[in-house]
Ligand binder design. Sequence first.
Ligand code: NOJ
Length: 775
Amino acid sequence: MKFTKIIFLTSLFSIALSQHGHARQVDSHSQSTEGVLAHSSPKQIPQIKEKNLGIEAKVDALLKKMSVMEKCGQLQQFAGPGEGTIDPSYPELAAKGMIGSTLNVRGAENTNKLQKIAIEKSPNHIPILFAYDTIHGQKTIFPVPLGEASSWDAKLAEKTAHAAAKEASAMGLKWTFAPMVDIARDPRWGRVVEGAGEDPYLGSVLAKARVKGFQGDDISDKDRVMATAKHFVAYGAAVGGRDYGEVEMSSSTLNDIYLPPFRAAAEQNVGSMMCSFNTLNGVPCSGNEEMIKGVLKNDWKYPGLVVSDYESVAEMVEHGYAKDPKNAAQLALNAGVDMEMKSQTYCENIQALLNDGSIKIETLNEAARRVLRKKFELGLFDNPFVDPEREKFELETPAAKELARTAAARSIVLLKNNSPTDGGKPLLPLNPNSGQSIAVIGPLADDHQSPLGSWLGDGKENSAVSALDGIKSKLNGSESKILYVKGVNTVESTDPKVKNLDEIKKAVDAAKKSDRVVMVLGESDKMTGESTSRSDLSLPGRQRELLEEVLKVNKNVVLVLMNGRPLAIPNEVEKTPAVVEAWLGGSQAGNGLADVLFGDVNPSGKLPITFPRSVGQIPIYYNHPSGGRPNDPNNSYTSRYIDDTVDPLFPFGSGLSYSKFELSDFKIDKSNVGKGESVKAQVKVKNLSNIKGDEVVQFYIRDHVASITQPVKALKGFERVTLDGGQSQLIKFEIPYEELGFHDRHGNYIVEPGSFSMFAGQDSASGLESTFEIK
Ligand code: NOJ
C-alpha cells in the first residue's frame, strides 16, 4: 500500500532517553522503548505564562533557602481523618515545614488554624495546599459524572464544577482530585460512574469543561480550586473490569483512545495530574518514567504537578516492581511523580537516596519546584487564609440547588417510551392533572442516600430529594393519589439472622389499585465507585422478580433506573413499555426526575457509554474496528455469539425525547480535502412533533483504509439544538484535515490519504452518510 505520511510531531522520547541518559540508574528494570508511547496534537499545551515568570524567580529564591528535609516536606501529602479535622500530629509537622499538602482537612476554621502554624512557624513560611475529593459537588451534590456526561452539555459541566469549586474554596480547600478523565469501556468496573464514559472525543470536551469550571481563567481567584486530571493512565482498562487490575494495551489504543482526555485537560491548563494504581504493560503507573517523564513532561511539556494516588508509591513493592519502600521512592521520583499521597516513602528515604546517588538533587528540586509553582499560582503566599464568613453564605445556596435540579433533569436519558397498548399513546410524560393514581415502587424510590453517589463530598447523609419526594411535590394539590411500597431491598442480605424485606405482595396490590406505576430500581450508592467491580450487571437482589410480578397486574409501568453504570437488562427492557435512565442524580435527583416524568423538562440526554445485553458481550463499544469478518447474521463464519446478537442493548449516543426529530439534507462541501483545508458539512434537523425539545446531532467519521485499522465510526463533533414543534435548523460542522489522523505504532500522529465517510446521526448506530477523499 502506498501512502504519504504527514507527521505532525514525532516523539523521539526513546532516542532522547538513551542519548541524554534520563533512564533510571540504580535498578534492574529497563523499560522497553519499542512502539514508544507518545502523543502529539496540533494544539499546544499552555506553558508557564509570561506573567508568571516572576513566580519562577520567586521559586528559585525560595528553593535556595530550603533544606533537603523542607523540600521533602513539600512533596508529602498527608491523608488525615475523613471528617476533615486536624490530625494531632499535624501542628508539629506544620511548624517544621514538613506538610506540603493535606488530603481531607477542611472547613475554614481547621484550614486557617493549621495554615497559621505553617505560615508563622515553619522555617520558610510556606503555605499548605489543602486538597479534597470534591468530585461532583462539595455540599450541594450534582449528578454523578457519568450521569452528567449524558447531558452532552459542556456548559452545564462547567457550571456544576464551578459551583463545586465555590463551595470547596469557601471551606478552605484549594485543590480537588477531579475530573476523572479515564475512558471506560467496561461497565463491570465500578469507577465508570466517575468519568465521562467510553468516547475520547466526548471525554475530551467534558474534561476541558470540568477543568475550566474548577479553575476558571485564574486559579488564584477566591472561588476557584486547582483541578486534577486522573488517573494517568489507562486505569479504566483494567483486565476483567477489576479495579486496580493490570492493563495491557497497544500504543495506538493508548494514544487514540485513552490519552486524548488527559491531553485535552492539559490543553486547558489543568494544574495537576494524578497517576494511577494500575500497571501499564507491566510497569506501575506511579513509577512509569516512560509515561510521566517521557510523554507528559517531555513530549507534552506539561508544566503542572503530578501527584501519586493514595499509597500507590509504596504499593510498587506489592506490585513486585520496587524491592523496598526506598526503591519505590527512587522509582517514583525519577519517573516524575512530584508529590506522594499518603504513603511516606519520599520523606523517609530521599536523604539516603541523595547520599547514595540514586537520585539527583536536581530531581528533588524539580519536584519541589512544581509544587511551589502551583502554590504561587494559587495565590497561597499572598492569601493563605480563607474568609470564614464565606461559609455562611456560599454553601448550599438556592442558585446551587436550582443548578443541581437542572443538572439532574438534563442527565436523564429516555431509553424507551412505548405505549402499553397497541397503537396507544406513549406512556410518558405522565399527566400531573389527570387525577390518576400512581404507585411508586422499588428499593430506590424513597432512598435519600443513593442518589448522592459514592463521592458525596460534604453532602449531608440521606439528604437527597428522593423520587417519591419529587413525585409528591409535583402532584401536590392535584387529585392524584400516590401509593408507595418499597417491595424489596436493593441487595438481599445473605446473613440468615437478617430478615429480608418481602413486600412484593404489597407492591402488587398497590400496582393493581393504581392507574400508573413508577418503579425505581437499580444500584445503591454502595455498589458503584472505587473498588465496586461487579461480575453480574443484572438488577441486583430480587428487583427483577419485583418488576415481573408488578407487570403481571399492571402494564402501565415506567421503569426508572438509578445506577452508576450500564446494566445488562434486556428482558426487563423488553417487557416494560417505558424506561428512563436517571443515574444517581445528586441532591435534587427526585425533583429533576419528576420534571422529566411529568413533562416539565423534555428529556434530551444521550448515553455516553454503550449498554450491553449481557456481561458476556463486554467489552462492548461503538468505535471498534471492523475486523475481517464483521458480524453478518446470515453468515455463520463472522464475528458473532451463538447465543445472542452482537448488538448492544442501547448504543452509545442514543436517547429519546418527547419530541420526534429527523435529520435530512446531509451534505459535504467538497469531495477532496488537502492539507490546510477542512471538511465542511451541514445537515438539516427538524422537530416533527409539536413539542419543543433538544436534539444532540452527532458527527462521526470512518477512515476506510489505513495502515492501522480504524474504527467503524469515531465521534468528531456534536451540537445540541433547541427546536420548537415543527421548526427546523441547519447544523454546520467543520473538521480540519489535521484532526482526521491517528497514531501509528510508534506514536507518530499521521493523516493518511484515502477515502472517508462522514455520518450525521442521532446516535452512533444510525445516521446519514456522505463520503470524501483525503488527497
Ligand atoms: C484513591 C482514588 O483512586 C483517587 O481517585 C482519590 O482521589 C484518592 N483515593 C484520594 O481520595
